[in-house]
Structures are given as C-alpha cells and as structure tokens.
Design a protein around this ligand. Structure first.
Ligand SMILES: Nc1ncnc2c1ncn2[C@@H]1O[C@H](COP(=O)(O)OP(=O)(O)OP(=O)(O)O)[C@@H](O)[C@H]1O
Ligand SMILES: [Mg+2]
Length: 259
C-alpha cells in the first residue's frame, strides 16, 4: 500500500452530529468504492477531500505530502477533481469557461498573453464528445444544464486535465441507462490511464462489478475494507447496517493492510 493518496484520523462534526470519526484510508490505485447507509458520512468525506468542507482533525496525504485543501480550486490545482449532483460549477459561465476555469489556455498576440478561445473551444468539443452525454451548445451558461449534463462537464474537465484523483459522489444517480453506460466507460478509461477514482454509490451490484477495493462506512467510521472478489452483496449490506459487527470477523485483509 503506497501513500500516494490517503487520509489519517479525519474527524468532522456539525452542531452535535459526529459526521466522521477516526477515518483512515489509503486509496489504492484503481477504483475505490465507498458504500454505507444514509448519513454514514460518505459525502462529508468527499467534501473534505474536494475542499468544500474542512476537517476538525486529521491529515490528508497527496503525492506523499500532507496537504491542506482550502477550497475546490486548490483541490483541482493538486489534481483532485470532483463530481457530484449538486456540483459547484460557475453558473453564469458557459460550458467551455467552466472546463478551463483557473487553467485557461493562453496564447500570445504581439507578445501579449491572451485567452486562446479557439483552442479551448476545440479541446472542449473533443473532450465532451468522448464523454458522450448529450449537451447543448458549449457556449450555453451552465445554469441551464441538467444535473447529468453538469456532471458531464466536470467529467470532461477531469479527462482533459488528466486528474490524479477523481472523487465521485453518486455519479449515476441522475443519469439514464444510456448515459450511465457511457459514463461508466469513461470512468474505466480514466482508471486505466492511472487516475485514482473514489466513488460513493448505493449501487452495490455496480460496486462489486467495477471496484478494485470497497470501503464500508457506518455512523462516521470505516467498518470494513474488502476486495470485491472476497465479498458479496449480503456481506456488504451486513457491514452497512451493523449486523456484521467487527472488521476482524469478515475481513482479515483489512487487518493485514492496516497494522
Ligand atoms: N452541513 C451539515 N450540517 C449539519 N449536519 C450535517 C451537514 N452535512 C452532513 N451532516 C450530517 O452528517 C452526517 C453524515 O452526512 P453525509 O451527508 O456525509 O452522509 P452520507 O453518507 O453521504 O449519506 P447519503 O447516503 O444519504 O448521501 C449526517 O448525520 C448528516 O445529517
Ligand atoms: Mg451523501
């Protein structure tokens, strides 16, 4: 297990609710799925990793260094892209502007740096075509986009900038079957090109099919980490609701990797 991307002893509480306690995970390469019941703390963890929320305690390690992720722009500069339903895009900016926000392509005209609108439009068009989710004209302000289309813009951004880490919070919840299948193949493409993907989802069959590693959360804690080939839907559900109490019982692998 390397230390490329990990969290150590993260805690977070909101006015009386302990959303996360002592959360320690090494995100291995490939796709890590995070599952857990409603309120388990999954989205809170993703928000902390994407700079939307800040932990009360604990450390985030990225590329072997401890990092502070103050906001989503800093996260993106670190190579950490995120994608979720109520995704924060700049609503008044168009699709192309959102894709390149903070990382615009610049050219020089008479020695003066200017935005290279043509290069950005071309790159946006090419990348969005790979995502294969129907979008209106790329000059449309993103406030007119549907939830799924907003996600397509964020996914294109991750593809274009070759994200080191991609955080997904229930990415297919808003998508139809055709879009889900297009989306899934882009995720696989990203994983194959070396992006570490962390995906929160309630779709257990999809987790077992796609994930390289599965982390189960319950009431703000990590309760199990298993490989898909060593578990079943029943066992994951048992971890999620607490009928399978201890991590030692069902997952010797967890103990091995965390001693
Ligand atoms: N901004 C907030 N203010 C107060 N409490 C919050 C806030 N955000 C999350 N919580 C609480 O923290 C806990 C964890 O919430 P979180 O959204 O992380 O759960 P989740 O695992 O993503 O659940 P779901 O599967 O329903 O999306 C819940 O008890 C929730 O009510
Ligand atoms: Mg959530």
């Amino acid at each position: 297990m390397d230390e490329q991307f990990s969290v150590r002893q993260i805690a977070k509480s909101y006015a009386g609710v302990q959303a996360l306690q002592d959360v320690t995970i090494d995100f291995a390469s490939g796709l890590t799925a995070i599952v857990g019941d409603n309120g388990a703390g999954k989205s809170t963890l993703m928000k902390i990793l994407s700079g939307v929320e800040h932990p009360d305690r604990g450390t985030i390690v990225h590329n072997g260094q401890s990092v502070t992720i103050d906001n989503p722009v800093i996260a993106r500069k670190l190579g950490i892209e995120s994608l979720y339903q109520d995704l924060a895009l700049a609503d008044t900016l168009n699709v192309i502007e959102n894709m390149f926000l903070g990382r615009e392509i610049v050219t020089r005209r008479f020695g003066i740096p200017v935005l290279d609108e043509r290069a950005m439009a071309q790159a946006a068009g090419d990348t969005l075509a790979r995502v294969r989710i129907g979008l209106p004209h790329p000059k449309t302000p993103v406030r007119y986009l549907s939830g799924g289309q907003r996600q397509a813009v964020a996914l294109a951004r991750a593809l274009y900038f070759k994200a080191q880490v991609l955080l997904l919070d229930e990415p297919t919840a808003a998508l139809g079957p055709k879009e889900t299948s297009a989306f899934t193949s882009v995720i696989k493409e990203l994983v194959d090109s070396g992006t570490r993907v962390v995906m929160v989802t309630h779709n257990i069959p999809q987790v077992i099919e796609m994930a390289d590693s599965i982390v189960v959360m319950r009431a703000g804690r990590i309760v199990a980490r298993v490989a898909p080939q060593d578990t079943s839907e029943q066992q994951l559900l048992a971890f999620m609701v607490g009928s399978q109490e201890t991590i030692e019982e069902a997952s010797p692998q967890w103990i091995k990797t965390h001693q």
